[in-house]
Design a protein around this ligand. Structure first.
Ligand code: SF4
Ligand code: SF4
Length: 353
């Protein structure tokens, strides 16, 4: 097939030879130590993977540095995981330790495997997107600096996946992560009546609202927002740039816990709200950092081996989770969405912790 600029190139063209040769024929894998995986194929071939942390937004200089390391040790082969870890592939066992030593000397954290906190998957934030209620890279950097020790070791009861999305449109994995950091708006969009008639189409703007909160205002040739119906999703702002949503005082962060994608032992789970609002406090977001750290430490101390955060909470009960973490339970925790009753616990069986 000729070259095309539609869609990504076939990934199979970029596989390291040892993976291409043994594709789909792997016998087992093991984690030798934090940041080092070993895969063994039916043919007896071995593949070593060294995992290192990386920021999600990378400078070209830094990418060149990563590529130089891959050229030196891995014949140029590396990949980025869905959580932005870098994985260097080696077929030669003798190069593994020199590679790890060079990565460490260059300041790369090596780890993120097994019962650790791996890189935080996150969204665009203030750097790029138009609807964020918080930054993405900023809080993630502040949180991971504090949790660094959990990246380079495997001392937690199980994997802890953390995600950040800077608004509830959710380009991150906040719905299904052990701990989710989610930006939220708390005020309705503010229509700019002088610009709106010139830059926006009224019917598409009205149609963009999932809750029917926008109606046309023939007097101003603009729109009116019904505050009671608005859920601050920002969808209308995507369609109409004269409906800005950002609010420096009222935008902030919520914390959710207990989600997972894995179907090991128990079914995948959605994350649930535990802290409704924390302020945006750049550049180091101390409130968010200490809230996340507290949840990780209480979990590390109380969970059983192999229990994910959601599984641990299901065992001990939400009442006990709130008591152990010292997080206040408020009316904001009660889901009042119209389909919420389906998710309610409908027995009288409470676990008073
Ligand atoms: Fe933009 Fe929301 Fe995605 Fe953040 S989560 S990048 S604000 S759409
Ligand atoms: Fe509707 Fe969302 Fe805009 Fe509110 S923010 S008016 S809910 S589209």
């Amino acid at each position: 097939m000729g070259k095309t600029d539609i869609g990504p190139p076939d990934y199979k063209n970029f596989l390291p030879p040892v993976i291409k040769k043994n594709y789909g024929k792997w016998k087992y894998h093991e984690i030798i130590k934090p940041g080092l995986l070993k895969h063994v194929a039916e043919s007896g071939d071995e593949l070593y993977t060294v995992r290192a942390g990386s920021g999600r937004l990378l400078s070209t200089d830094h990418i060149r540095e990563i590529c130089e390391v891959a050229d030196k040790y891995c014949d140029g082969y590396l990949r980025f995981t869905s959580r932005h870890n870098i994985e260097f592939f080696l077929a030669d066992k003798n190069k593994v330790e020199p590679l790890i030593a060079e990565l460490k000397s260059k300041g790369f954290p090596v780890g993120g495997t097994g019962h650790s906190i791996t890189n935080i998957v996150h969204t665009q934030g203030w750097v790029h997107c138009h609807t964020p209620a918080t930054d993405a890279s900023g809080p993630v950097k502040a949180v991971m600096d504090e949790l660094y020790d959990y990246f380079v070791t495997m001392k937690l009861p199980s994997q802890v996946r953390i995600a950040l999305a800077c608004c509830l449109n959710m380009c991150g994995a906040v719905h299904c992560s052990d701990i989710a950091i989610l930006g939220l708006h708390r005020t309705v969009p503010k229509p700019d009546h002088s610009r709106l008639p010139n830059v926006c189409e009224i019917p598409t703007t009205v149609a963009s609202c999932p809750t029917g909160a926008i109606r046309p205002d023939p007097k101003t040739k603009s729109v009116i927002i019904n505050e009671e119906k608005c859920m601050y999703c920002g969808n209308c702002y995507t369609v109409c740039p004269a409906l800005p949503l950002a609010d420096p005082e009222n935008d902030g962060i919520s914390i959710w816990v207990g989600g997972k994608v894995s179907n090991a032992r128990t079914a995948p789970m959605f994350s649930k709200l535990v802290i409704p609002f924390l302020p945006n406090n750049p550049p180091r977001w101390p409130e968010v950092v200490s809230a996340v750290k507290n949840i990780v430490e209480v979990y590390a101390k109380n969970a059983r081996m192999h229990e994910r955060i959601g599984e641990w909470i299901n065992r001990i009960g939400w009442e006990r989770f709130f008591r152990l973490t010292g997080i206040e339970f408020t009316d904001k925790h009660i889901d009042d969405f119209k389909l919420a009753p389906e998710t309610y616990r409908t027995t009288t069986q409470f676990k008073w912790g």
